[in-house]
Design a binder for this molecule. Structure first.
Ligand SMILES: [Zn+2]
Length: 433
């Protein structure tokens, strides 16, 4: 059983109302946090197997990217500045049909490295060839919630669902400590009622959650009201979706009734401000959701609509966009924005008991941020500095499940140059005729 100590960092546990602890210490035994507090209060029984000296840094829970399509790193910068519908229908979906399993493997490898470098230790993924993506997440050392995307309008939808159920059942048997599978029906507007009912049955039978895009655009809501006589949220509720755990990405266009339903049914909403701004989808009513007690997390969405997987930047965008939207600088302050990226996201994925805060008994997923750069001086408020001034490149060490996967900004598990080379070649092929 490997032991690890992270010594000397200012500790930001992100537990509710916890203040930063200077000169903190985190002790880890076999992936589990056994101590998180002031160095002075720690009683050492034996020397650990591994030590991370983190003086001059802040240690916080690994960030949780609660909605992405990781292998879309392959399509980063491929099609920008377009409306969602033609962007999806003319550019993204036809190109995705050309993807091979190996493409997805390398795309997820690249995305995983990009996220680990940004202190992101867990991501919620929905994509094609989920088996290959999961293999990459395991190899990269990151935590993942994989789901194979189900596009209900395709003639192969039934086969996709059967394959997805086989995939999740297989992973449940393996019980890998870092892999938490889900079912991924793409969205209410791409999935017919009968398919969504089958997804609910499958999720209930296997005891897993559902990951779905919901109410991303005004067009989607208008179309749902015209076709089904109700909003997408109401429709999903009627179909019984919220009887199993659900994490719903975007939730931009919500009625007051929708917000009540999301609160009552304990649906995890995933706010994706970067993607929503880039695709001009609108602004998710996060302050209203939080006031009503809805669980809210934060996601980057895919790298084709962001265009990076930097969750610290996403926290900053969240803090800024709601101030502008509400014309009120007090809305979504820095601690709230950082909470969305950590414990909020963990709760939205149903993993709040395992990750999202640095507390005894939780898995040791930790981001350690170096505070020595000029843009982080003089250091009046560490949370403010993290949200409003820090960059992904300030992350110096990353720990997932008690394993140091990045030490001194060097990946310990993977060959980064090989990954970038592979993705450049594959990206060129995918963009070709
Ligand atoms: Zn998405």
């Amino acid at each position: 059983m490997a032991t690890l100590e992270i010594r000397g960092a200012t500790l930001l546990t992100m537990a509710e109302d916890a203040e930063p602890t200077p000169d903190g210490l985190i002790a880890v035994d076999d992936g589990l946090i056994t101590y998180a507090g002031a160095s002075a209060g720690y009683v050492r029984r034996s020397e650990p197997d591994e030590i991370l000296e983190a003086g001059g840094c802040v240690a916080l829970p690994g960030l949780v990217n609660a909605h992405t399509h990781c292998a879309m790193t392959l399509l980063r910068g491929f099609a920008d500045d377009m409306d969602l519908k033609p962007w999806l229908e003319e550019m993204v979906w036809p190109t995705e049909m050309k993807l091979t399993e190996e493409d997805v493997y390398w795309g997820v490898m690249l995305g995983s490295v990009e996220m680990l470098r940004a202190g992101v230790t867990c991501f919620n993924d929905m994509y094609h060839h989920a088996e290959a993506g999961t293999r990459a997440a395991i190899d990269a050392g990151i935590r993942a919630c994989p789901s194979g995307v189900l596009l209900g309008f395709l003639p192969t939808a039934e086969a996709m669902l059967a394959r997805a159920l086989e995939f999740t059942a297989g992973l449940a048997k393996q019980a890998h400590p870092r892999i938490h599978p889900m079912l991924g029906p793409h969205a209410p507007y791409t999935c017919p009622d009968h398919l969504l009912r089958r997804v609910v049955e499958g999720a209930a039978a296997q005891g897993i959650a559902i990951h779905i895009h919901v109410a991303e655009t005004k067009h989607e809501v208008d179309e749902s009201i015209a076709e089904h006589g109700c909003t997408p949220v109401e429709r999903l509720d009627r179909l019984g979706l919220f009887e199993v755990p659900v994490n719903a990405a975007h939730c931009v266009w919500l009625s007051d009734q929708d917000i009540e339903l999301l609160a009552e049914r304990r649906v995890g909403v995933v706010h994706c401000p970067g993607s929503n701004m880039k695709l001009a989808s609108g602004v998710c009513p996060v302050p209203k959701l939080l006031a009503r007690g809805v669980i809210v997390g934060l996601g980057t969405d895919g790298a084709a609509s962001n265009n990076n997987l930097d969750l610290l930047e996403e926290a900053r965008l969240a803090a800024l966009v709601h101030k502008l939207h509400d014309l009120d600088p007090k809305v979504l302050n820095a601690p709230q924005a950082l909470a969305l990226a950590t414990r909020g996201s963990a709760q939205a994925l149903g993993l709040g008991g395992m990750i999202g805060t640095l507390e005894v008994g939780k898995r040791a997923d930790v981001a350690i941020v170096d505070l020595s750069a000029p843009h982080l001086a003089p250091g009046h408020h560490v949370v403010s500095d993290l949200v409003y001034a820090a960059r992904a490149s300030d992350v110096v060490h990353t720990v997932v499940d008690g394993v140091v996967v990045m030490r001194d900004r060097k990946m310990t598990h993977v060959d980064e140059e090989e990954i970038i080379r592979e993705v450049r070649e594959r990206g060129r092929r995918l963009a070709g005729p």
